[in-house]
Design a protein around this ligand. Structure first.
Ligand SMILES: NC(=O)c1ccc[n+]([C@@H]2O[C@H](COP(=O)([O-])OP(=O)(O)OC[C@H]3O[C@@H](n4cnc5c(N)ncnc54)[C@H](OP(=O)(O)O)[C@@H]3O)[C@@H](O)[C@H]2O)c1
Length: 268
C-alpha cells in the first residue's frame, strides 16, 4: 500500500532509540521528512545520521532537536526550534519514562517527573502543533500509549496513571477536529523489546547474576494473557503508527488501537 506520505513532515518525540526511532525510520522510509528528538545532542546527531543514511531520496530531510521535556523551559525552546523548521503535519507523542516501583516509594518529585515527561510534553506539543493543523485542514496527532493505561500494573501505578491520562488527552483532542481532515489517535503498545527495555533487563540480569536471554524469556512468560507470547518488536508498532500517520487512515479518529500482542483480554 502506498501510504502517500511523501513530502510531509513529522516530529517524533523521544526518537533517538526504541519505539520512537522505529517510527521515525518507518516514516523516513515512506518519504517523509522527520525531526527527531532526545535529551542529548550527540545521540540526536547519531539518530539523524542513521536516518539520513536510510533515506530513500535526498528530498527527505532529517533534522534533530535536543531538549529535555522534563523541563518546561526546554520545551519552549524545542517548540521555537520546531517552528523555525516549518510546518509539522504529523506529531507523534512518543516520549515516555517507565520503571517498576512500589506505590509507597514514589515521592512527589518523581510523580511530577513522570507527569511532565509522559503527559505534559504531549499536552504542550499538541497545544502548539494541533491549531496550525486545523487551520491547514490536514494533520495527524498520534500518541504512543500503553495497555498499562487501561489495566494499571500494581508495580507501576505512577506510569499507568500517566498513560491513562494520555488516553483521555487523545479522546478530548479528537473532538476538536470535527469537520476537518485532522485526526487524533492513540496506539496502545504492550511489552516491547525497545532499547530502554533491553537496557533495563540487562541491568537487572547483571544485578541478579542471571543470563539476560533467559530473563527476557522469563519476563515474557510473566504476561500469561499475551497472545503473542513474546515481546513485541518496535517495528511492529511503527507499522501501525505509519498507517495512522497516513491519509489512508482518514476514517480512524478518536480511536485507541491496541498493538499490545493481545495482553488486554476485554472485548473492547
Ligand atoms: N517498551 C515498552 O514495553 C512499551 C510498551 C508500551 C508503551 N511504551 C511507550 O512507548 C514509548 C517509548 O518507549 P521505549 O520503550 O521505546 O523507550 P526507550 O527505548 O527508553 O526510548 C525513550 C526515548 O525517549 C527519549 N527521552 C527519554 N526521556 C526524555 C526526556 N526527558 N526528554 C527528551 N527525550 C527523552 C530518549 O532519548 P535520550 O535517551 O537520547 O534522551 C529515547 O529516545 C513510551 O511512551 C513508553 O511508555 C513502551
Amino acid at each position: 500500500m502506498d501510504l502517500d506520505l511523501t513530502g510531509r513532515t513529522a516530529f517524533v518525540s523521544g526518537s533517538t532509540q526504541g519505539i520512537g526511532h522505529a517510527v521515525a525510520a518507518a516514516l523516513v522510509a515512506e518519504g517523509m521528512s522527520v525531526v527527531v528528538h532526545g535529551r542529548d545532542a550527540g545521540r540526536v546527531e547519531d539518530a539523524v545520521a542513521r536516518l539520513v543514511a536510510a533515506a530513500p531520496s535526498p528530498a527527505v530531510r532529517v533534522h534533530g532537536i535536543a531538549a529535555d521535556v522534563a523541563e518546561r523551559t526546554e520545551v519552549g525552546r524545542l517548540l521555537a526550534e520546531l517552528d523555525a523548521l516549518g510546518p509539522v503535519d504529523v506529531l507523534v507523542n512518543n516520549v515516555g519514562l517507565f520503571g517498576v516501583a512500589a506505590f509507597t516509594d514514589v515521592a512527589d518529585d518523581e510523580w511530577h517527573r513522570y507527569l511532565e515527561v509522559n503527559l505534559m510534553s504531549a499536552v504542550r506539543l499538541s497545544r502548539h502543533l494541533l491549531p496550525p493543523m486545523l487551520e491547514r485542514g490536514w494533520g495527524r496527532v498520534l500518541f504512543v500509549g500503553s495497555e498499562s493505561g487501561v489495566d494499571v500494573p500494581a508495580n507501576m501505578v505512577h506510569y499507568g496513571v500517566t498513560k491513562a491520562a494520555l488516553l483521555a488527552l487523545g479522546n478530548g483532542l479528537a473532538k476538536l477536529t470535527r469537520g476537518t481532515a485532522v485526526t487524533v489517535n492513540t496506539v496502545l503498545g504492550g511489552p516491547t523489546w525497545s532499547d530502554g527495555v533491553a537496557d533495563a533487563v540487562e541491568g537487572l540480569a547483571r544485578q541478579q547474576g542471571l543470563d539476560p536471554a533467559a530473563l527476557r524469556t522469563a519476563l515474557a512468560a510473566e504476561r500469561p494473557t499475551s497472545l503473542l507470547g513474546r515481546f513485541i518488536e518496535p517495528d511492529e508498532l511503527a507499522g501501525l503508527l505509519a498507517y495512522l500517520a497516513s491519509p489512508r487512515s482518514s476514517a480512524v479518529n478518536g480511536a485507541a488501537l491496541r498493538a499490545d500482542g493481545g495482553v488486554l483480554t476485554t472485548l473492547l
